[in-house]
Write a new protein. Structure first.
Length: 411
């Protein structure tokens, strides 16, 4: 049942402005995070369209923006890449199966009323995981940012060292685009907070790529993107798909926690209460619907949800407006997408995930609650060294054992 939480003296204008603002940034982020997840850019747009509509109709947060996010993109990639090759038909099929698994887990969790248990997950564990994911994502952008192939067997520290050793082998023009874009993304918002830096950068560099034939100069562009609406895709099941289940549970957990943290933090601003269990079903339904179109697995976005709120959104109608912008892009603007430089998109990804680092929280925990700081550190290191699912498990086990020990000492 649709539940729009209309506040007193509601005006559609607020949601329209917020939806247009968020939609503008959703388009480049969706394409960027699709590449990050091992999919062609168009699947990032698909992953921005259907989840916005489904959540607007079923969700209970007035401000949560659903769609591609960097952490889940890299989580999808690390889950599937041992079994299928990215950017292939087999990989898209695997993404569909994985999305259906995650959606089914979340729907089941909502129906069984598991939402209440997420209140017991320490913020330190969530933060440790998210900040480790930020490191993984940044390192993953070295190849498109510098046109330098990194040996996959290296760990994250070794990959950074490899970049420093081989920086002379990078492509100068690509380096210039990436570094300039990154500097502008950080500097311009300080002086012009409302300036749409990401959109302007993509527009100007896309125009430059077309006008000066920068592809011939070695700049790697997005390339051909299909135009039009997505088609329904029925997945082809195979026995290796069972190997995706651990990752599916991990992603379901992370997307639920992340979305709940965001929704709860702004729940007091809406007239009707936010409902955790119903939201869990809405999140699962959004994943299952979008999965049948091969879209990138969606989740609640921190940065777009905050932007949605700051832009004046009042209800989920702002999400429907953002979805209309994505739809317009799919129908009419994909030929323009061809000329967007991948190095600039890499800069947008790095800029976006930088804000996943929560340095004030780390400092606060270290000064006031040392045991929580240790839980954060164990989760962070476990995620970086062993993997995403293992990192979450290590963080939860560490916090459980630590709390039991402290409780035993008090008794």
């Amino acid at each position: 049942m649709v539940q729009f939480n209309f506040p007193a003296n509601y005006q559609y204008r607020d949601d329209i402005i917020a939806g247009l603002t968020v939609g503008a940034i959703t388009i480049p982020q969706g394409m960027a995070f699709a590449l990050l997840g091992g999919l062609p850019p168009i699947y990032g747009l698909y992953g921005s369209l259907f989840p916005l509509v489904v959540y607007a109709l079923l969700g209970t947060s007035n401000y949560l923006n659903l769609g591609p996010v960097s952490v889940i993109s890299i989580f999808v990639y690390t889950t599937l890449v041992p079994f299928v090759t990215p950017f292939t038909a087999e990989y898209i099929n695997a993404v569909i199966i994985l999305g259906l698994m995650i959606g089914a887990i979340q729907c089941l969790g909502g129906l069984l009323q598991w939402g209440k248990y997420f209140d017991y997950i320490p913020k330190s564990v969530v933060s440790g995981f998210v900040q480790a994911a930020a490191v993984v994502i940044m390192v993953s952008q070295i190849p498109p940012a510098f046109q330098l192939e990194i040996p996959q067997q290296l760990n994250y520290i070794e990959k950074i060292y490899f970049l420093l050793l081989h920086f002379g082998e990078t492509h100068f023009l690509t380096d210039l685009f990436f570094i300039t874009a990154l500097l502008l993304l950080f500097l311009l918002p300080r002086f012009f907070p409302k300036f749409p830096t990401a959109i302007v950068l993509l527009t100007l560099t896309g125009v430059a790529a077309y006008a000066f034939n920068l592809e011939a100069e070695g700049i790697v562009l997005i390339g051909e993107v299909p135009q039009g609406l997505p088609v329904f895709l029925w997945p082809e099941w195979n026995t290796s798909a069972w190997n995706y289940l651990p990752g599916a549970f991990g992603i379901a957990f992370v997307t639920t926690v992340g979305s709940f943290v965001m929704a709860k933090s702004v729940a007091d601003r809406q007239p009707k209460a936010w409902n955790a269990n119903r939201d869990m079903v809405a999140l699962g339904a959004a994943k299952m619907v979008s999965a049948f179109f091969g879209s990138l697995v969606p989740a609640g976005s921190f940065n777009r949800s905050i932007l949605n709120l700051k832009s004046g959104a009042k209800t989920q109608i702002s999400g429907l407006v953002a979805a209309l912008m994505v739809l317009f892009t799919l129908l009419f603007l994909t030929p323009i997408v061809y000329y967007l430089p991948q190095s600039v998109i890499a800069a947008i990804i790095v800029y976006s995930v930088y804000y996943l680092f929560d340095f004030p929280l780390v400092k606060s925990l270290w000064n006031t609650d040392r045991k929580q700081a240790i839980y954060l550190l164990f989760t962070f290191l476990g995620t970086l060294t062993l993997g995403f699912v293992q990192g979450i498990v290590i963080g939860l086990l560490t916090s459980f054992v630590g709390n039991r020990i402290l409780k035993t000492k008090k008794d």
